[in-house]
Ligand binder design. Structure first.
Ligand SMILES: CC(C)(COP(=O)(O)OP(=O)(O)OC[C@H]1O[C@@H](n2cnc3c(N)ncnc32)[C@H](O)[C@@H]1OP(=O)(O)O)[C@@H](O)C(=O)NCCC(=O)NCCS
Length: 148
């Protein structure tokens, strides 16, 4: 697996990974209709704008298989929500299921951090979805009748 900077010509491949990974990752979590409506042609313009318009503050990397196929990507850039203490942000990181658990994620994150450093950004924020504890009411409702 090779990690390299994304080029304008990668927009299609990245859009494809983006759609495929969304559909496999969020199936069962997001409505099927939303996932099934995702298409490469719908995603492509977003990536073309990012990669072809030449915004020098953005870092976009791809993970490429030994066969030269784009199997993952990472996107990073300036922090977008005004969170104090961070000047940059890991915006997205996606690997096809077949490319997971091979160390690519660490290499992508490290390369993104290096790219941000080179652009003068020194602290990278990454948002994660926290596991939500089950609400107390729901827990109580599942107890058998008569128990405390
Ligand atoms: C998230 C993703 C890039 C991680 O890549 P991966 O190859 O599966 O990661 P690995 O199995 O090598 O795990 C590397 C580390 O990341 C952690 N990790 C993996 N997936 C994670 C997740 N979804 N949330 C938090 N941590 C995660 C692992 O626990 C591991 O940590 P450890 O070494 O301390 O045990 C990959 O699973 C993926 O593309 N998932 C689908 C898309 C997605 O959820 N992207 C994030 C939203 S932008």
């Amino acid at each position: 697996m090779r990690i390299r900077q994304a080029a304008c010509t990668d927009a299609e491949s990245i859009a494809r990974v983006h759609v495929t990974s969304w559909q496999t990752t969020y199936r069962g979590t997001m409505p099927d209709a939303v996932l099934d409506a995702q298409t490469v042609s719908q995603r492509r313009p977003q990536w073309r704008r990012r990669l072809c318009d030449g915004d020098a503050s953005l870092v976009t990397l791809v993970a490429e298989s030994d066969a030269g196929q784009v199997v993952g990507f990472a996107a990073a850039g300036p922090e977008r929500d005004g969170v104090t203490g961070f000047d940059s942000e890991l915006e997205a990181i996606y690997l096809l299921a077949t490319a997971q658990r091979q160390g690519a994620v660490r290499r992508l994150v490290a390369a993104a951090a290096r790219g941000l450093l080179e652009l003068g950004m020194h602290s990278m924020l990454a948002w994660v979805v926290a596991a939500r504890p089950r609400p107390p009411l729901q827990r109580r409702a599942r107890r058998p009748r008569g128990s405390a």
